[in-house]
Design a protein around this ligand. Structure first.
Ligand code: 8P2
Length: 445
């Protein structure tokens, strides 16, 4: 196929600190809520923790060499807040910053653009004990942390993401309790979400003070399709679209929350002042899109507060996460962003799939289903590009099999398999496929 991807299109892979680094308390680092959550019995499958993970903290240069072999032009990673500021505020841990400076310098030496995420869910415990994202001071804490990192790295990091998936921080973290900090409360999520948006805005302001212009926020998006044409299912899909797709982006771009949220949360939805709404209006310089699948939605009065649930289709291919393989939903999502938010610059900051990969044979792991998934989704991205979407990059989730949050190490998204024993990295055929895609600038899909 003719490759619509421009020569400066960024081909990347993505990871996050707690999921790959290991050594969460090494060299003066302070514990995060994920360190505490993973060490709480019953919270993570198989009692897995991020204590070792992929041991990236000691193998980062080896991993940069793998990225160079792939021919990546970008690498998206996150910084562990507690490595930089062990108490979340105040004293800087220079050994923590040194780790990230070495990583960034190695990436640049290999011609790989660093794309740094400031927050990928690992809030320092010291701040959580002060109320965490429920505390009205949390945006100021985040801006202090962001400013510390900008001053140390902004001369070498061209692309910044403030928050990864604030919706996941808010809903699994504070509404249904599946992820750290594991709260289950109807009144906390609206306040947490508002503080996250204020934190994003304060970090962007700190960044602008440096005179730079390539900062955004990464959101999880999935088109919501009614399971049937019934009015109840149509209404349920609309509500879930507001709840997942529009909650944060409408706030960032328009300075207002979708009206459905007041219906969904009822008395738990606060009255936000015009001043507060004006402060969260901060679209940044691009939108990061994390896309995995769509939502097939039916009305569910038995599932408050949304009264809608995502169902698993019986006649579709599913990943190991029981997510439908639905590449056309990526095109739909990118076109929706183009039309709703006036064609903003976009990066696909995560796209990938978990499958139950076989053991390696002669040092290679055969993963044809992941190859097919990536091929179909890169093609879907190309279709959106050809329709005028300002798409500037694509990152596979993930470079390495890693700690998949509450699923532990049971779900594997990597281009490289990580040996559960000695953490040896072994390429999968999807890594070979992606290397060819990058070499051909997308023509090989
Ligand atoms: N689940 N899943 C895979 C992947 C997760 O590993 C990332 O940390 C998140 O940003 C996002 O949820 C997507």
């Amino acid at each position: 196929m003719a490759a619509p991807f421009p020569d400066d299109f960024l081909w990347g892979a993505a990871t996050s600190a707690y999921q790959i680094e290991g050594s969460p308390l090494a060299d003066g680092a302070g514990p995060s809520i994920w360190h505490r959550f993973a060490h709480t019995p019953g919270r993570v499958a198989g009692h897995d923790t991020g204590d070792l993970a992929c041991d990236h903290y000691h193998r980062s240069l080896e991993d940069v060499a793998l990225m160079a072999e792939l021919g990546l032009s970008a690498y998206r990673f996150s910084l562990a807040w507690g490595r930089v500021l062990p108490e979340g505020r105040g004293a800087v841990n220079s050994r923590g910053l040194d780790f990230y400076e070495r990583l960034v310098d190695a990436l640049l030496e290999h011609g790989i653009q660093p794309m740094a995420t400031l927050y990928h869910w690992d809030l320092p415990v010291a701040l959580h004990e002060r109320g965490g994202w429920l505390n009205p001071d949390s945006p100021h804490w985040f801006a202090e942390y962001a400013g510390t990192v900008f001053r140390a790295l902004d001369d070498r990091v061209p692309l910044w993401i403030t928050l990864n998936e604030p919706w996941v921080v808010t809903v699994p973290g504070y509404l249904d309790g599946q992820l750290a900090p594991g709260h289950r409360d109807l009144f906390e999520p609206p306040r947490v979400a508002n503080h996250l948006l204020l934190a994003h805005a304060e970090a962007v302001a700190a960044y602008r003070a440096l005179g730079r212009h390539r900062i955004g926020l990464a959101v999880n998006l999935e088109p919501q399709h009614p399971a049937s044409p019934s009015p109840a299912d149509l209404e349920a899909a609309r509500r879930r679209d507001a709840f997942i797709n529009r909650w944060f982006l409408d706030a960032l771009v328009f300075g207002r929350y979708p009206e459905e949220l007041a219906d969904i949360f009822g008395p738990a939805w606060p009255e936000f002042s015009a001043e507060s709404l004006a402060k969260i209006r901060c679209p940044g310089d691009f939108i990061g899109v994390n896309y995995y699948s769509r939502g097939l939605v039916r009305a569910a009065p038995e599932a408050p507060p949304l009264d809608a649930i995502r169902i698993t289709p019986t006649d579709a291919e599913l990943t190991a996460m029981d997510w439908e393989v639905y590449p056309e939903g990526l095109t739909e999502t990118l076109l929706w962003l183009r039309d709703r938010y006036a064609n903003p610059p976009l990066y696909i900051t995560e796209n990938g799939a978990a499958f139950d990969d076989p053991p390696p044979r002669d040092g290679l792991v055969e993963d044809p289903r992941r190859v097919a998934y990536l091929r179909a989704h890169i093609r879907a991205a190309a279709t959106a590009l050809e329709q005028g979407v300002d798409l500037r990059g694509y990152c596979v989730w993930s470079l390495l099999d890693n700690f998949e949050w509450a699923e532990g190490y049971s779900k594997r998204f990597g281009l490289y398999q990580v040996d559960p024993g000695d953490r040896t990295r072994r390429p999968k055929t999807s890594a070979c496929f992606y290397r060819e895609v990058i070499r051909s600038r997308g023509a090989a899909v």
